[in-house]
Design a protein around this ligand. Structure first.
Ligand SMILES: Nc1ncnc2c1ncn2[C@@H]1O[C@H](COP(=O)(O)OP(=O)(O)OP(=O)(O)O)[C@@H](O)[C@H]1O
Length: 261
């Protein structure tokens, strides 16, 4: 598959001296959903920020074969990032204004802005919410509105930080389905291992500032020794499947996991 994004030996230290990325190499194929998992503090969020071109990192982020040239690189607009906290992305008086903000910044004509807002809101299931105040929405609705603000920019890569956190079971499931339906390349950082199992084409294990393992969802999520060695545990749904004697790394067990969700 064609590569769209590549990290080469990325290193990043926060201003207080804490080293968050310690030599990350990663290649993302066009159209794939790559899910990054790892314990608290492993560097997942920092890596997403770096891939979005929002940090002055050592090493290089290549987007479509060319290095991203810092915050002023206009191609950064093709990399849409969903922050963990939707309130970081919603600051206008209405949902419409928030979702229209990016396309307007891009200088698009108002007719095209309207088309994009309508399409993005429909995509996240918020048609009819145009005139609502973002601050009067439920958390789940705010998360989806924040996603619409990213989608309306028409990104070629979506970088999603903990998209299912703080959602109730139904909203979480709906969001998983939604992400599975969006054909855009996605890099998702999460603690939600069921999300990883459900949507990922590949799972990357992040530990102590590095991507230490990449593999298929089954290969990573069913390997207790690998997970424990890198600060995680076997997901409960996998233990549960094993308990029911579904065991292995075959298509049937994947179907069973889907039923379990
Ligand atoms: N703004 C910051 N200033 C200083 N250190 C930071 C900052 N943000 C993160 N860090 C540190 O960088 C390291 C990586 O943090 P990061 O948030 O990227 O990890 P993470 O894998 O996303 O963690 P979590 O799963 O808890 O969100 C941690 O040691 C963290 O304490």
């Amino acid at each position: 598959m064609k590569e769209i994004l590549r990290a080469q030996n990325l290193r990043y230290r926060y201003p207080d001296g804490r080293e968050a990325l310690r030599g990350v190499d990663l290649s993302v194929a066009e159209g794939e959903r790559l899910v990054l998992i790892g314990p608290n503090g492993a560097g997942k969020s920092t890596l997403l920020l770096a891939l979005a071109g929002l940090l002055e990192v050592e090493g290089e982020v290549l987007y479509r074969g060319e290095p991203l040239r810092g915050l002023r690189d206009p191609r950064r607009l093709e990399l849409g990032i969903l922050f963990q906290d939707p309130d970081d992305q919603l600051f206008c008086l209405t949902v419409y204004e928030d979702v229209a903000f990016g396309p307007r910044q891009m200088g698009l004509p108002e007719e095209e802005v309207r088309r994009r807002v309508t399409e993005a809101l429909a995509r996240v299931g918020l048609s009819g919410f145009e005139e609502r105040s973002p601050h009067h929405l439920s958390f789940g609705e705010r998360r989806r509105a924040a996603l619409a603000t990213v989608l309306s920019m028409g990104p070629r890569v979506l970088l999603l930080d903990e998209p299912t956190s703080n959602l109730d079971p139904r909203a979480r499931k709906e969001l998983m389905t939604l992400l599975g339906q969006i054909p855009t390349t996605q890099v998702i950082a999460t603690h939600d291992l069921e999300l990883a199992y459900w949507v990922a084409h590949r799972v990357g294990l992040v530990f102590r500032g590095r991507v230490v393992h990449l593999g298929s969802p089954e290969e990573v999520l069913f390997d207790e020794e690998l997970l424990v060695r890198n600060g995680l545990e076997l997901p409960l749904f996998v233990s549960s499947l094993r308990g029911k004697d579904h065991g292995g790394k075959n298509k049937d067990s994947r179907l069973s996991a889907r039923d379990f969700l």
